[in-house]
Design a protein around this ligand. Structure first.
Ligand SMILES: NC(=O)c1ccc[n+]([C@@H]2O[C@H](COP(=O)([O-])OP(=O)(O)OC[C@H]3O[C@@H](n4cnc5c(N)ncnc54)[C@H](OP(=O)(O)O)[C@@H]3O)[C@@H](O)[C@H]2O)c1
Length: 354
């Protein structure tokens, strides 16, 4: 309990003491991609990238009017410097077909030219009630875990192949949350046996663990996919050909709790008060994203966050990621993901490994 309160207080501290910004030319002439650029952290990151010199910033949207508003915001917050430098592409992560066609379009833009300098897979959702997305999976599972993993699976081999055209490795950063440390994977093991899979267990309305539980579970699922990708990003000399990271910006006052209003006024007001007290602005939180695009090769595979010590994180991560039980659960979750991609996104089959 005391630990929980001190963590929340530290989040409030970060609101007033942001991590430093990078040098003014940190992203000079770079071509970068942020999924989910229409609000919150993705939008704020796009603004930072323009202000820090990127020559092209690709954002994604699933709604043209939200895209238009986002473009106007970026223009305003960069004093017009975004003109001709921001490209909006369609991506709806509730459908595999959209993920596949988006990945194809992105590759065309920079094929044979070093690919992208930094890719941030940021689009995510925090559903408050059980709701199925188009592919038949609960929406958090679909967007945060499955589609994020599929998009990373498409982009990583391409970024790796483009390494020969670059002077330094590209970055692939996947937005997670410290909440990925919360699930009890001993229970997952039992559920997988009883339901024919972990994802299947969570895909039953009667097993809905609540908004926090579902969000945390899907962030851990995504972590398993990224851990696997980080291993495949290594070249024959053991050095990363793409620097892969996961990250958490801390508590940020974004549109993420937008569905909380569906739970009633009390819930929405409570959330707003809590966020007002402890959360940082998207612009502040997006500094973590910039840091994740500037990591060194030695930080490949690291979970980037600017609160809590690395030793503390490693101890907690052992329970869900690095221990034998964590590694076995990763194999289990990945085999479930692969089966779904093979069935519903056959274009990805060559990328999936065994
Ligand atoms: N806010 C926090 O405290 C916090 C903390 C840790 C991690 N995160 C993570 O940070 C990321 C960004 O969240 P945020 O806080 O900035 O929330 P946000 O303001 O709600 O932004 C989410 C973005 O993802 C997009 N998105 C949602 N569902 C999508 C779908 N099916 N297909 C394509 N794009 C979709 C949204 O697009 P639309 O505009 O079309 O809805 C929006 O651009 C998420 O991965 C979240 O889990 C947030």
């Amino acid at each position: 309990m005391a630990g929980g309160i001190s963590k929340i207080l530290y989040q409030a501290y970060m609101k007033w003491h942001p991590i430093p910004l990078p040098p003014a030319d940190a992203f000079k002439d770079q071509v970068v991609l942020v999924t989910g650029g229409t609000s919150g952290l993705g939008l704020a990151t796009a603004v930072h990238f323009v202000n820090f010199g990127a020559s092209e910033v690709i954002i994604t949207s699933r709604d043209s009017s939200r895209a238009k508003t986002a473009l106007a915001t970026i223009k305003r917050e960069t004093s017009g410097r975004s003109n001709g430098r921001v490209r909006v592409m369609d991506l709806d992560m509730s459908r595999y077909s959209s993920v596949v066609s988006f990945a194809r379009e992105v590759k065309k833009i920079r094929q044979g030219r070093g690919g992208l300098d930094c890719v941030i897979l940021n689009a995510g959702v925090a559903g408050v009630d059980f709701k199925l997305a188009d592919e038949g999976w609960e929406q958090n599972i679909q967007v945060n875990a499955l589609s994020t993993a599929l998009l990373a699976l498409f982009l990583l081999p391409w970024l790796k192949a483009e390494r020969v055209h670059r002077s330094a490795p590209a970055h692939l950063a996947v937005v997670s949350s410290s909440q990925h440390l919360e699930p009890d994977i001993r229970a997952w093991k039992e559920w997988a046996a009883a339901s024919g899979g972990v994802l299947r267990h969570f895909n039953r309305p009667e097993n809905w663990p609540g908004p926090d539980g579902m969000y945390a579970a899907t962030k851990l699922m995504a972590h398993y996919a990224v851990d696997e990708l980080a291993e495949t990003a290594l070249g024959p000399d053991g050095r990363p050909e793409v620097i892969v990271n996961t990250m958490c910006p801390g508590i940020v006052n974004s549109d993420l709790p937008r569905y909380f209003a569906e739970k009633g006024v009390g819930f929405a007001v409570g959330t707003a008060i809590f966020m007002g007290l402890v959360s940082k602005s998207p612009s502040n939180g997006a500094r973590t994203y910039l840091a994740a695009c500037l990591t060194e090769e030695s930080e490949h595979g690291k979970f980037i966050r600017f609160y809590g010590s690395e030793a503390e994180y490693q101890k907690q991560a052992d329970g869900v990621r690095t221990s034998e039980a964590g590694r076995k659960m990763r194999v289990q979750v990945l085999s479930e993901m692969r089966a779904d991609f093979a069935a519903k996104a056959p274009d990805a089959s060559g990328l999936l490994g065994s």
